[in-house]
Design a protein around this ligand. Structure first.
Ligand code: 13P
Ligand code: ZN
Length: 277
């Protein structure tokens, strides 16, 4: 059996959480990541027949929560209350590898959460987002939640309207419409850690890989850790430029006609109704 601490998926979780922490996106225990793993790859590192303990899900009513499409699937997930700052130096305490139990109402711990930890309190929202994204893109693997500073700041001064929010982000950097052509979904402030916010996020995830949780943070989804991180990173950079310029007179801007040219050059399908042409 290979050493789990050398597994590429553990390394990716360590590197990504460390980057997110150093970028100031994930203070204290802010943020969480879940990463759907390939069972055969996990088998090289763990005896998947050995369950350390069974953990009920937080924040959901067992009777009406159904995540059966994910039954038997294995995820590596950040622990609730754990600090991204500490993942790299102690992955076994701050991360866990779990298999989704019957109906998705509990998880079987295969590795990690040393000292009694459990998956992020947002795991129901992650599971529902995985289910929604897998329907649209069977290769989706990662769901990531974060509190990036400028994205959050923008929530306080910009209208929380999907079209307007996306349009402003697209205007802030030439690359934006290419990186997230489908735009950014926006949810109003909602109570986090609940099935309700999970359902609302998953509904948005049918159309978007990025969903802003107003006055809280952002969710991203993608095929790889790089894709997902890159999506949030690009939104955050655009939001930073917006926050650096929002109070100044706007002299120049990327025009909608220019965005069309970009989309055509890269051959991407974008939300045409998010432009004002
Ligand atoms: P967890 O510590 O449960 O992952 O929660 C962090 C967070 O960002 C909640 O939205
Ligand atoms: Zn959060």
């Amino acid at each position: 059996m290979k050493n789990i601490l050398d597994a590429p998926f553990v390394r990716e979780m360590c590197e990504t959480t460390a980057n997110m922490y150093r970028l100031g996106w994930d203070e204290r225990n802010g943020g969480n990541i879940s990463y759907l793993l390939d069972e055969k790859e996990v088998d090289e590192y763990l005896d998947t027949g050995k369950v350390l303990r069974s953990i009920p899900l937080m924040g959901v009513n067992e009777v009406d929560f159904d995540a059966s499409p994910l039954e038997g699937k294995i995820f590596i997930v950040t622990g609730t209350g754990k600090y991204f700052k500490n993942v790299e130096k102690d992955p076994e305490t701050n991360l866990g590898i779990v298999r989704i139990g019957k109906g998705g109402k509990n998880v079987e711990l295969l590795w990690g959460y040393r000292g009694g930890g459990r998956p992020t309190s947002e795991f129901p929202a992650h599971m529902m987002s995985h289910m929604a994204r897998l329907q649209v893109d069977p290769e989706n693997r990662v769901v990531m939640h974060s509190h990036p500073t400028h994205t959050l700041a923008m929530n306080y001064v910009h209208e929380l309207n999907e079209k307007k929010f996306t349009h402003t982000l697209w205007e802030m950097s030439t690359e934006c419409i290419v990186v997230f052509p489908e735009g950014v979904g926006v949810l109003p402030w909602m109570l986090c850690g609940t099935k309700t916010i999970g359902e609302a996020t998953a509904e948005k995830m049918k159309k978007f890989r990025l969903v802003v949780w107003a006055l809280h943070g952002i969710y991203g989804a993608g095929k790889t850790m790089d894709e997902t991180f890159g999506l949030i990173e690009t939104v955050e950079k655009a939001a930073q430029i917006y926050m650096l310029t929002a109070h100044l007179p706007r002299v120049n801007t990327i025009k909608d006609e220019d965005m069309v040219k970009l989309a055509e050059l890269f051959g991407i399908d974008y939300r045409k109704d998010f432009l004002d042409l």
